[in-house]
Design a binder for this molecule. Structure first.
Ligand code: 0X9
Ligand code: CA
Ligand code: CA
Ligand code: CA
Ligand code: ZN
Length: 422
C-alpha cells in the first residue's frame, strides 16, 4: 500500500472540522487548491460534480459557463464548477450530483516549492533541468540540450534534441513532444522525461530504439509552463493551478493562433480558467514554442512531421480539429482526417486510451493541435494520460504510478515516430 493512509487520515480530520461549516468546498478540494486561490481569479469556491448523459454539445455548453470538464467516463462528465455555474447548468436542464470528495491529497510538505515527500518521484522544475543536463552529459553524441526561450517570469524553457549527430541539423524527419502546458498536470513532465531516458539509455543496446534515434530528430520540451508548475507546488498544498503566471494568467492551450477565440471554445474573461489571453500568442510560453516550430522550417519545408502534446487526465487520444465538430474543414480533407483517425486509433489500441476527435470531448479554440496541423501540417495529437476519471485528485496521482503510466505510452510514441517518416 502506498503512503495514502496518513493523507486519508489527515483528510478525514479536516473534513470533520469542516462539517460544521457551510459546505461550499470539501476539505479535500481545499487541499487541492480549488476555490479561492486557484486560477479562477475570483474567490469563488468550486466543487466537483458528476453530470450524466453528456455529449460534445452539452460539454461545450458546460465549458462556456466557465466550468471545467475534468474528465469523461462514457457519457458521464466530471465537472469543476462554482455555485453560480452550477445554477446556470441546472437551469439549462442538466442534472448535477456532487462527486465524492477525493480520497487522497497532499499533506503539509517538508519544503514549500517541492513535492511532498511521498510524491518525491515527481520532478520539480529544477530537478527537470538537472535531468536534462545529465542526459546531455551522459550521452553527448545523441543529446543536444537547447532552449525554446523564457517563461513570463523569466524561467528558461529547456528543450532536448535526441538524434545521432545531435549537434548537426540532418535531413531526418523531426518529431516534437511537449508536456505540462497545464501546470497541475505533473504526470506529463514525467512522460517527457521518460521519453528522453528511453531514447538515450537504450541507444546502442536496443536495435529498434537505435534505429529510431539514427533516423529521426526527436525534440522534447518537458515543461512548457514552468512558472505554473513552480506555483502549483509552491504552497502548503497543491494549488490545482492550470494556467501560466502572467498578471492576467492565460490558459496556454487557448492561446495558439489558429482560429483563436473563434468559436466559444475559450473565454475572454481573465477570471476564467480557460482565458485565451488578449491576443493569439500573447503568452511568452506559447510564442516561444511557436518560434521554435517556425525555426524548423528549412528552405520552405517544415521539418517537424509529428507531435504529441501530453495532458492529464481521462486516458484519451485526441486529434484536430478542436474548434469545430466537423470532421473536415479548411486544411483538413477527408483523407487527412482518416489518417488522423487511423493513427489515433492504432495508438489508442496500444495504451487502452479512448480515441476521438478533440471536439468530441468539447470544443476548444486556440489549442495547440489545431495550429500545428493547420499552419504547419504537423501530425499533432493530444494525449490525456492517467487516470481515466475522477475529480481534482486526478491531477495528483501518487508517484508510484509514474513508471507504469509513462511506459504505457511507449508503443504509441513508437507509432508516432514511425508514422512521422511517411
Ligand atoms: O482543455 C484542454 O486544453 C485539454 N484538456 S485538459 O483537461 N488537460 O485541460 C483538452 C484539449 C483537447 N482539445 C479539445 N478538447 N478540443
Ligand atoms: Ca509515493
Ligand atoms: Ca541525426
Ligand atoms: Ca533536420
Ligand atoms: Zn491539460
Amino acid at each position: 500500500m502506498r503512503a495514502s493512509r496518513r493523507r486519508a487520515t489527515a483528510a478525514l480530520s479536516v473534513a470533520a472540522c469542516l462539517l460544521a461549516l457551510p459546505a461550499t468546498q470539501s476539505a479535500a478540494e481545499q487541499r487541492h487548491g480549488s476555490g479561492s486561490g486557484t486560477d479562477r481569479g475570483t474567490a469563488t469556491a468550486t466543487s466537483v460534480y458528476r453530470i450524466t448523459d453528456t455529449d460534445s454539445r452539452t460539454r461545450t455548453e458546460i465549458q462556456r459557463t466557465g466550468a471545467l470538464v475534468l474528465s469523461l467516463k462514457g457519457d458521464t462528465a466530471f465537472v469543476e464548477a462554482d455555485e453560480h455555474q452550477v445554477r446556470r447548468l441546472r437551469s439549462a436542464g442538466m442534472r448535477l450530483s456532487r462527486a465524492a470528495a477525493p480520497s487522497s491529497g497532499s499533506p503539509h510538505r517538508a519544503a514549500p516549492g517541492d513535492f511532498p515527500p511521498e510524491d518525491s518521484g515527481y520532478h520539480t522544475y529544477s530537478e527537470m533541468t538537472e535531468e536534462v543536463e545529465a542526459a546531455a552529459t551522459e550521452h553527448p553524441g545523441i543529446v543536444d540540450r537547447t532552449s525554446v526561450g523564457r517563461s513570463a517570469r523569466g524561467r528558461d524553457i529547456p528543450a532536448v534534441k535526441i538524434s545521432d549527430n545531435a549537434g548537426t541539423d540532418e535531413d531526418e524527419p523531426e518529431v516534437l513532444f511537449t508536456c505540462n502546458q497545464h501546470a497541475r498536470e505533473h504526470l506529463t513532465a514525467e512522460m517527457c522525461l521518460h521519453i528522453l531516458r528511453r531514447y538515450t539509455d537504450n541507444y546502442g543496446s536496443d536495435p529498434a530504439i537505435t534505429d529510431t534515434v539514427d533516423s529521426r530528430e526527436i525534440w522534447v520540451v518537458p515543461m512548457v509552463n514552468p512558472d505554473g508548475v513552480v506555483y502549483d507546488v509552491g504552497g502548503t498544498y497543491y494549488r490545482g493551478w492550470r494556467r501560466n503566471r502572467e498578471s492576467a494568467p492565460v490558459d496556454l492551450n487557448r492561446n495558439w493562433g489558429h482560429k483563436w477565440g473563434c468559436c466559444g471554445g475559450s473565454s475572454g474573461s481573465p477570471n476564467s480558467p480557460t482565458y485565451r489571453g488578449p491576443a493569439p500568442f500573447s503568452a511568452p510560453e506559447t510564442s516561444a514554442i511557436r518560434d521554435f516550430v517556425e525555426s524548423r522550417v528549412v528552405d520552405g519545408t517544415q521539418q517537424l512531421t509529428g507531435h504529441i502534446d501530453f495532458h492529464t487526465f481521462s486516458e484519451l487520444v485526441l486529434w484536430p480539429y478542436g474548434y469545430t465538430t466537423d470532421d473536415t474543414a479548411p486544411g483538413m480533407t477527408e483523407e487527412e482526417y482518416r489518417r488522423f483517425a487511423s493513427i489515433g486509433r492504432s495508438m489508442a489500441a496500444t495504451n487502452g486510451y479512448t480515441p476521438m476527435q478533440s471536439s468530441d470531448l468539447y470544443v476548444t479554440d486556440g489549442s495547440v493541435n489545431d495550429w500545428m496541423w493547420a499552419e504547419h501540417g504537423i501530425l499533432s495529437f493530444t494525449f490525456e494520460m492517467y487516470p481515466s476519471s475522477g475529480g481534482l485528485d486526478g491531477f495528483y496521482p501518487p508517484d508510484e504510478v509514474i513508471q507504469r503510466e509513462t511506459s504505457r505510452n511507449d508503443e504509441a510514441v513508437s507509432i508516432l515516430l514511425e508514422e512521422s517518416g511517411r
